[in-house]
Design a protein around this ligand. Structure first.
Ligand SMILES: *Cc1c(COP(=O)(O)O)cnc(C)c1O
Length: 251
């Protein structure tokens, strides 16, 4: 078995166990396989294994890969979107996870209307107020949604949240909890074109904690495809109990 299939099995198992711990089923958590820097042949392997939802952080890179891959898969934009790429973004991505301003919503709305479609988006919230990260300030989200609800061709489907980088997944828990709280509070708003359905949070280092705290989508790259070039060469072992051979004979 290829190492990709091993890693996929392991990630899926961890997702379903974390979902069970939060009283949910694995079917309540969507796996977005993040394929930035991943080559097309490996993406094909992921598609052959049954994955259908893929994430990229650059419009250009997704545009280069998408035509080489089957049309039944869907693409999520997980990285920052520059307004001058909105035209390409609306035609390629089924969901933009990085909406964080009225200006970007206006441009997405305009481009989506021109293309005769609507674009689903998640509001990215900078829960930890990290200066290097994009995302709306938590207390600004309500007012932003109020304005964005006037754009008929942008449908806000929920929130995207990132925890600050840490080697300890537990460090992410308070930030995910804050994201979940905001999500629940905003769900009480009644605005056109805004529905709090999806909570996108959790990456390779912290997705189990994110699921325990209520994530409905996890965005996973390196735990599936290995470390990306240019990053510290951590081993790609995925802490899967079945692979560690609990109770199995060791030779
Ligand atoms: C790269 C990226 C991911 C996946 O990161 P991994 O740690 O490799 O799982 C998820 N979300 C966003 C926004 C990303 O840019």
């Amino acid at each position: 078995m290829s190492s990709f299939l091993d890693d996929l099995t392991c990630v899926q198992e961890r997702i379903s166990k974390a979902a069970a711990r939060s009283g949910r089923s694995e079917h309540d958590v969507r796996l977005i396989a993040v394929t930035k820097t991943v080559d097309v042949p490996l993406i094909r392997e992921a598609i052959a294994a049954g994955l259908t939802e893929f994430g990229e952080n650059r419009v250009q890179e997704a545009m280069a890969k998408a035509p080489l891959l089957p049309p039944h898969i869907t693409w999520h934009l997980v990285g920052t979107l520059q307004r001058n790429k909105a035209r390409h973004a609306v035609s390629l991505f089924s969901m933009v996870h990085s909406l964080d301003s009225v200006e970007l919503a206006r441009e997405l709305d305009r481009r989506a209307a021109m293309a005769g479609l609507t674009i689903d988006a998640l509001m990215q919230v900078n829960v930890a107020r990290e200066p290097q990260k994009s995302g709306a300030e938590p207390e600004a989200v309500g007012a932003l949604l109020n304005e964005i609800s006037g754009f008929a061709n942008v449908c806000v489907r929920g929130l995207m949240v990132m925890a600050p980088y840490s080697a300890d997944p537990e460090a992410a828990r308070p930030w995910f909890r804050l994201g979940r709280q905001l999500f629940s509070d905003l769900a009480r708003l009644s605005l056109p074109n805004v529905r709090m359905e999806q909570l996108s949070m959790g990456m390779s280092g912290d997705f189990e904690v994110a699921i325990e705290e209520g994530a409905t989508m996890v965005r996973i790259g390196s735990a599936l495809f290995g470390q990306r070039p240019g990053r510290a060469d951590a081993d790609r072992d995925c802490n899967c109990s079945t692979h560690k051979g609990e109770g199995e004979a060791h030779f």
